[in-house]
Every structure is written in structure tokens, then in C-alpha cells.
Design a protein around this ligand. Structure first.
Ligand code: AMP
Ligand code: GLY
Length: 417
């Protein structure tokens, strides 16, 4: 199978690593890729959010399958264009990607499909938002309706901060809106489900760490670390999510004539009142993918192809390693408010020489033959081992080998799990 993978983060490096090692893959091109990906696959230059350019590249490569990593190309209609060119694509059309692209749309689908989620109000004016903030009470949850790379959500006990964020969201333009919702307590879980538009196949559950600082302090980020499996989760968790969340959602989108083909990312809270959806994403999560794929023993290429071609019901059961996996994200100075480029990165080969450790690139570049920072999240160090403790020890042993000037990482990823 000739595969074109779109994206350039550590998630795509993880996908590329699995696809490159897969006997079902005969050729792999990643566009645009990054320096780590370039070491294991061909790379091509493309504007990832340009549907016509991606479709043209897929045709030129004679691709059998296109896999779209990030959300922005999906929301821009890249999957639509590739599908229109007659090439199977793992990734939803723009209409179905609205599940991630619009928080208000996601709420509408969940209501229609009777999927458990936080009570919410979609507000178009600051007066409506203030009213909703008062009626739900603290802690306040305020979500920008549009895509914001994990940074559009504010959870705060401070009424003024909540008001200010809501104000910023509704006043951006005439059509902008903000979602104000009930606070969900309890641990969060990410469960990825492959969907072919009709059938759903769950992957292994993971948990990510969204806040920048140890002890879940500081601002929300794209994710600072993750682990899988979740030894503490209820045994029937995956089945519950498939039956109560993923299947009803996929059926509702199919009913509307916009089937969801790709990765339905179910972000859930296990609250004292039961399972609730915190968010949907329309693509693999970053950094959860790094740990989920580190444990997958079945052919990823075959699974994604089955989803892209409506054949998930014929896919053999996925096999998972008994090992656990933990990833720790190394971010550049200033992240998440900004990111600093050009800082020298050392120690990646030494980390990779350790048993059970591999290093995935995100915001990296090369300068004078060496590796430098080129983005907010720079590297994902992945450790595998017996149990979470073993995987965690491997990941942090890897982190210890690496130095980035001004670099930031959490020291408590998967601690005590
Ligand atoms: P989202 O982009 O919707 O996933 O929100 C980002 C993060 O904000 C989530 O992963 C949660 O940690 C937090 N969050 C979102 N919605 C809620 C909620 N209703 N209650 C508590 N925390 C939330
Ligand atoms: N790790 C959260 C996300 O991918 O959105």
C-alpha cells in the first residue's frame, strides 16, 4: 500500500513510525513532515491546508491511502478533495470535521444522539454569556466556538477571567459565539475510535496532561504528556464509550448525510454522575497517539485502510502489547503563550540508545547540521516498559539525556498511576 500522510507533529511522527514498520506499507511519504520523520520516510513539501495541492500530491504519488493528521486540513476540506479524486482517505470531510471545528455543532449532535455531555449554552452576546455564567456557577467553563489548537477553553474559578474570555470570543466578528457550560469533575480519558462511517473500532484508552505545570497547574496546552493503558479505569469503559458515545454519534452524522470516516477522538470525564463527553476531535490526539501506537501490535495501515474504505466490520481484532507506554513532551521556552525557535537540542541519540525509549519530533528544525527548536512542543519522549511505573522510568531516563535551552517539561506525567 502506498501511503501519503499529512502533518508535521510528534503525532505524525508516531503514525509514520508505525506505518513505516508495517509490512502492509510499500511506500510512505509524509508531507510536510519534520526532521525526525525524514529519517524514516520520504517527505514532500505541501501546504497541508490546501485541498487541491494535497489531492494533486496524492495523485502524483499514486497513493492508495491518504491519512490526514491534524485538524486544520480536515476543517479546510482536504479529505473532501482527496475523496473527490477517487483516493481512499482516513479523515472526515469538512462537514463531519465540524464535530471538532465547532463546539456548538458538537453539542447539537450530542443532543440529537442522546450522548451524555456537560449541559451547555451557546451564546452570541456577552449578556447571554454572563447570564449563562451566573446560572451554571463556578468553576466556570468558557469555550471559543471555533478551532483554537487547544487554547480556546478557559476553566476558572474567577468570574472576571471567565467574562473576559467570553467577551473576547463573542466580539471577534459578527458570527462568532461562545459555549458556556457546566463544570465536569473527575478524571479525563481519551478514547480513539476508528470509524468507517458506519462501524466503530476502539483503540486503547489513554490519558493526557493538558496543563503546563506539575500538579495540573498553569495554562492549558495542547498536551504535555500521556500514558496508556489506564489500570484504574472501569473494565467496561471502552464498551460503554463505544455504545453510548461513539456509535450514536457516528449514526447521527450518517443520518445527516455527512458520514464520519476517520478518527473519532472521544474526550471524556468520568464524573461522580457517570461518563460525560468533554470534547470530540476529528483526528488522532497529540500526545496520546504517541503512547497508544507504541502499544499497537496489529497493522496500522490495514486498520486505517479498512476505515477509509468502509470495511471496518471485516478487520480482525486489534492486538495490543501488555507493556505500558508513557510520553513526556519537551516544549520550548515561552510555550504555550509563544514559542522560541533556534535553541540547540542535544542528547536525542543518547536518549534513543536507551532500552524501551524512542524520541518523536514535533517543532524541530536543523541548523548548522544540528537539531534546533522550531515550535512550541518540540519533542515527545516515549518510554515503554512493564506497567506504568516501568514505562515512566524509561521515558524520564530518556528526558534526562536531552537538553534544550529554556526547555520545559512536566516531572509528574503518569506519576502514581
Ligand atoms: P476542550 O478543548 O473542550 O477539550 O477543553 C480543553 C480542556 O479543558 C479539557 O481537556 C478539560 O481539561 C477542560 N474542560 C473542558 N470542558 C470542561 C468542563 N465542562 N468541565 C471541566 N473541564 C473542562
Ligand atoms: N491531547 C489533546 C488533543 O489532541 O486535542
Amino acid at each position: 500500500m502506498r501511503i501519503l500522510l499529512i502533518g508535521s507533529g510528534a503525532r505524525e511522527h508516531a503514525l509514520a513510525r508505525s506505518l513505516a514498520a508495517d509490512p502492509a506499507t510499500s511506500a510512505l511519504t509524509v508531507a510536510p513532515g519534520n526532521p525526525g520523520i525524514a529519517a524514516l520516510a520520504d517527505t514532500a513539501d505541501v501546504q497541508a491546508t490546501d485541498p487541491a495541492a494535497v489531492a494533486a500530491l496524492a495523485q502524483q504519488l499514486d497513493a492508495d491511502l491518504v491519512v490526514v493528521g491534524p485538524e486544520a486540513p480536515l476543517v479546510a476540506g482536504v479529505a473532501d478533495a482527496v475523496r473527490a479524486a477517487g483516493i481512499p482517505v482516513f479523515g472526515p470531510d469538512a462537514a463531519a470535521a465540524r464535530l471538532e471545528g465547532s463546539k456548538a455543532f458538537a453539542k447539537e449532535i450530542m443532543a440529537a444522539a442522546n450522548v451524555p455531555t456537560a449541559m451547555a449554552r451557546v451564546c452570541r452576546t456577552i449578556d447571554e454569556a454572563d447570564d449563562a455564567l451566573d446560572s451554571f456557577g463556578a468553576p466556570h467553563v468558557v469555550k471559543d466556538d471555533g478551532l483554537a489548537a487547544g487554547k480556546g477553553v478557559v476553566v476558572t474559578g474567577d468570574r472576571q477571567v471567565a467574562h473576559d474570555h467570553a467577551h473576547g470570543c463573542v466580539s471577534r466578528d459578527r458570527r462568532s459565539s461562545v459555549v458556556v457550560e457546566e463544570y465536569l469533575d473527575g478524571p479525563e480519558i481519551s478514547l480513539f475510535c476508528l470509524s468507517d462511517g458506519t462501524h466503530v473500532v476502539p483503540l486503547a484508552p489513554a490519558q493526557d496532561f493538558k496543563r503546563l505545570g506539575d500538579g495540573d497547574t498553569g495554562p492549558n496546552t495542547g498536551g504535555m504528556g500521556a500514558y496508556s493503558p489506564l489500570p484504574w479505569a472501569p473494565a467496561d469503559l471502552t464498551e460503554q464509550v463505544v455504545q453510548r458515545v461513539a456509535l450514536p454519534t457516528v449514526r447521527e452524522l450518517a443520518r445527516r448525510g455527512t458520514p464520519f470516516v476517520g478518527l473519532l477522538y472521544c474526550g471524556l470525564a468520568l464524573t461522580s454522575r457517570g461518563l460525560r463527553v468533554v470534547e470530540f476531535n476529528a483526528r488522532f490526539g497529540d500526545p496520546e497517539t504517541q503512547v497508544v501506537l507504541a502499544r499497537l501490535e496489529s497493522s496500522l495501515a490495514s486498520a486505517l485502510y479498512a476505515a477509509a474504505t468502509g470495511q471496518l466490520d471485516t478487520l480482525p481484532d486489534l492486538r495490543w502489547s501488555d507493556d505500558a507506554a508513557v510520553t513526556v513532551v519537551l516544549a520550548s521556552a515561552g510555550y504555550p503563550a509563544s514559542s522560541r525557535s533556534g535553541d540547540v537540542i542535544t542528547g536525542v541519540p543518547a536518549a534513543e540508545a536507551l532500552d524501551g525509549v524512542h524520541v518523536l519530533h514535533a517543532g524541530t528544525g536543523t541548523a548548522a547540521g544540528g537539531l534546533v527548536t522550531a515550535g512550541g512542543r518540540v519533542l515527545s519522549v516515549v518510554g515503554r516498559g512493564a506497567g506504568i511505573a516501568g514505562a515512566r522510568a524509561a521515558a524520564y531516563a530518556g528526558v534526562q539525556q536531552i537538553a534544550i535551552d529554556g526547555g520545559q517539561f512536566r516531572t509528574d506525567i503518569a506519576a502514581g498511576r
